[in-house]
Design a protein around this ligand. Structure first.
Ligand code: CP
Ligand code: NVA
Length: 306
């Protein structure tokens, strides 16, 4: 395993698959690692809101026998100007691992540079690697072998899209994305993913036509149009993303047994209709559950305990 999990690209060949295998084992036999991390702790630092990430890390660490400590900007001296570097050095003396959810991606990178314990990216403005692990686990649970499958992502080329694209490339899963003009994935992550995908024989297709992206896909994915920190752009985004709602017609373009995925929280009537997210093809609550299994696997591996 790498020292930190900042991006899925940090995982070397085979490590992603191996993490998913461990997560599947943890789901099947939760008693297997009941006390493995007894006496260990993780600090969970949030600059943004969270339901899934916070609770799945807290409960997951508890299930492994360890302790999680919830921290926010408001409570820490970071909010009063203590540097990230000093915070990293101090927290490293108390806890065995750190997880961060921040606005700036550079905050997580800076924390990892100065921490002497593993750092996990729990979402930044650019990436959401923990989500991508749960996404692939969900597809794996549904279809078995990941290679040769295709995930279609409809909407904003955001943090979730970046990590999912990189994870697909790593795992040899084809990825097609349709975003409105001006909302495409960042070039640096596209190049990174294309480089990884080439070695796996996987394809990455970008464009702006949702129908073309969804055609023949095994899974159709969408995320909110306005991410945390972009609230002021909401009105503009609602207009710009018109036509990018995943509805029954779009799902009908995908394979007959295709599933629908969303990292949640979702906005029914915007990036997805209620009929799809609450319908028979939706796996969004399994996906949310899988956050916990995959993150338990990450914590065990980063501490070299599995
Ligand atoms: N998907 C996800 O990260 O959810 P939260 O924002 O609730 O943590
Ligand atoms: N793209 C969303 C994901 C939330 C889990 C956001 O950053 O707000």
């Amino acid at each position: 395993m790498p020292e930190h999990l900042i991006s899925i690209a940090d995982l070397e060949d085979g490590q992603l698959e191996s993490l998913l295998e461990l997560a599947l084992e943890l789901q099947a036999r939760p008693e297997a690692h009941r006390r493995t991390l007894h006496g260990k702790s993780i600090g969970l630092y949030f600059e943004k809101s969270s339901t899934r990430t916070r609770v799945s890390f807290e409960v997951g660490m508890g299930q492994l026998g360890g302790q999680a400590i919830f921290l926010t900007t408001r409570d820490l001296q970071i909010g009063r100007g203590e540097t990230i570097a000093d915070t990293a050095r101090v927290l490293s003396r108390y806890v065995d691992m750190l997880m961060l959810r921040t606005f700036e991606h550079s905050t997580v990178v800076e924390m990892a540079r100065h921490a002497t314990v593993p750092v996990i990216n729990g979402l930044t403005d650019e990436l959401h690697p923990c989500q991508a692990l749960a996404d692939l686990m969900t597809v794996h649970r549904e279809f078995g072998e990941l290679r040769g499958r295709r995930i279609a992502y409809i909407g904003d080329g955001n943090n979730v899209a970046h990590s999912l694209m990189i994870a697909c490339a790593r795992a040899g899963v084809d990825f097609s994305i349709a975003s409105p003009p001006g909302y495409a994935v960042a070039d640096k992550y596209l190049e990174l993913a294309r480089g990884l995908a080439a070695g796996k024989g996987a394809g990455i297709e970008t464009g702006s036509d949702p129908q073309a992206a969804a055609a023949g896909a095994d899974a159709v994915y969408s995320d909110v149009w306005t991410s945390m920190g972009q609230e002021k752009e909401r009105k503009q985004r609602l207009a710009d993303f018109e036509g990018y709602t995943v509805d029954d017609d779009l799902m009908a373009r995908a394979k007959g047994d295709a599933i629908y995925l969303h990292c949640l929280p979702c906005h029914r009537g915007e990036e997805v209709t209620a009929s799809v997210v609450d319908g028979p093809q939706s796996r969004v609550f399994d996906q949310a559950e899988n956050r916990m299994h995959t993150q338990k696997a990450v914590m065990l591996r980063l501490l070299d305990h599995a």
